[in-house]
Design a protein around this ligand. Structure first.
Ligand code: FE2
Length: 351
């Protein structure tokens, strides 16, 4: 009897909660404000947001912090979170936000058309906005493009003491290794990580830009970095950074097989978004050609919308074949990658 009563109470609570959420969904159509959690801090983003506000009459409240902080913030705020949208870098982080139950699906036909399938979540909980490739920046004076081919070939003994790459705690390296696991297997991925560790010019330290500066300083000959960092160096106000950027050329690995590893920055709708409908409109706007070209160029990245044009600098680097691996794999295999880095003592090189 008590059980039945409890069941009844539970059922009516469930109905009540469903009704409330439907009601709140209804009210979203009237909402004229959205809250965006983002790590991005470019003037171009401000311009794009201002244009969106003008075109739609929807105001965008921007909350800035670094990508991991934003995920933590959403987690601790829970159902009370004011966030409608989360912009984050690296598919690994977007997968993490999804796994933590911080995002929700959207069924936008526009997004299905503008964002290629491998660049969005299988359940449509997040969508890539821009692409970046993890490439080899090589010393123009000491290395020839003909000497390079694949990520795997970097484990060759001829590169001993010449490779510069940041620590394994960095998600870009974790995602690169996850892509190697996905494309080969754990065993081969471990052999790769071991080979790279053996060939490192120094104990991994610094960010991607620091690796290119180390090439300029003669510490090594090859730096593994994301494309946009080369754009940042070349456009820097710091003379030494410009010099570093000019000292290297760009090489897209694995063009004769799976293609160069790419990653993305992307956006998802928050699980408890108070203004869901307006949030979807905002994503659709960012995936449109005009916003795509500006949004991508602000950080020297590639647009995801195939109709959008790349910037002049990126055009000068030439077209390349991308690894079309579903980016969700990078998140799924993240833990395996972290374990492998640990096993091969990636960060302890030379200690
Ligand atoms: Fe970055």
């Amino acid at each position: 009897m008590i059980k039945k009563l409890l069941l009844l109470v539970f059922a009516s609570l469930l109905i009540a909660s469903c009704t409330t959420s439907e009601q709140s969904n209804d009210s979203t159509s009237k909402d004229k404000e959205i809250t965006l959690y983002t790590h991005r801090h470019y003037d171009t983003d401000k311009e794009i947001i201002a244009k969106f506000e003008k075109d739609t009459g929807i105001k965008v409240n921007v909350v800035k912090a670094n990508a991991d902080e934003l995920i933590q913030k959403m987690e601790s705020e829970g159902a009370q979170s004011p966030a409608d949208l989360l912009i984050s870098v690296d598919a690994g982080r977007l997968v993490r936000a999804k796994e933590k139950g911080l995002l929700q699906a959207t069924d936008s036909e526009v997004l299905k058309k503008t964002v290629p399938e491998n660049l969005r979540d299988a359940d449509n909980q997040w969508f890539a906005l821009t692409k970046r490739a993890r490439i080899i920046a090589y010393d123009k004076e000491k290395v020839k493009a003909e000497d390079l081919s694949t990520y795997e070939a970097l484990t060759d003994e001829k590169w001993k003491g010449k490779i510069l790459i940041r620590p394994s705690s960095n998600i870009y390296n974790q995602s690169l290794l996850a892509s190697i696991i996905a494309n080969t297997d754990k065993e081969k991925a471990k052999t790769w990580a071991e080979g790279i560790t053996k060939n490192m010019a120094r104990t991994p330290k610094g960010n991607d830009r620091d690796q290119v500066k180390a090439v300029l300083a003669g510490e090594g000959e090859l730096a593994i970095i994301n494309t946009y960092y080369l754009g940042k160096l070349l456009n820097s106000e710091d003379e030494n950074e410009v010099k570093a950027g000019k000292s290297v050329s760009i090489f897209f690995p694995n063009q004769d097989d799976r293609g160069t590893h790419i990653n993305v920055s992307g956006i998802g709708i928050a699980k408890n978004a108070p203004n869901r409908e307006a949030a979807v409109k905002f994503i659709e706007y960012l995936a449109g050609i005009e916003a795509q070209e500006k949004f991508a160029e602000a950080n020297y990245e590639y647009p995801v919308n195939p109709e959008a044009k790349v910037s002049e600098l990126l055009k000068s680097w030439g077209e390349f074949k991308e690894d079309k691996l579903a980016l969700t794999k990078l998140g799924e295999l993240n833990k395996d990658a972290v374990i492998i880095f640990d096993e091969v003592k990636w960060d302890k090189k030379g200690e």
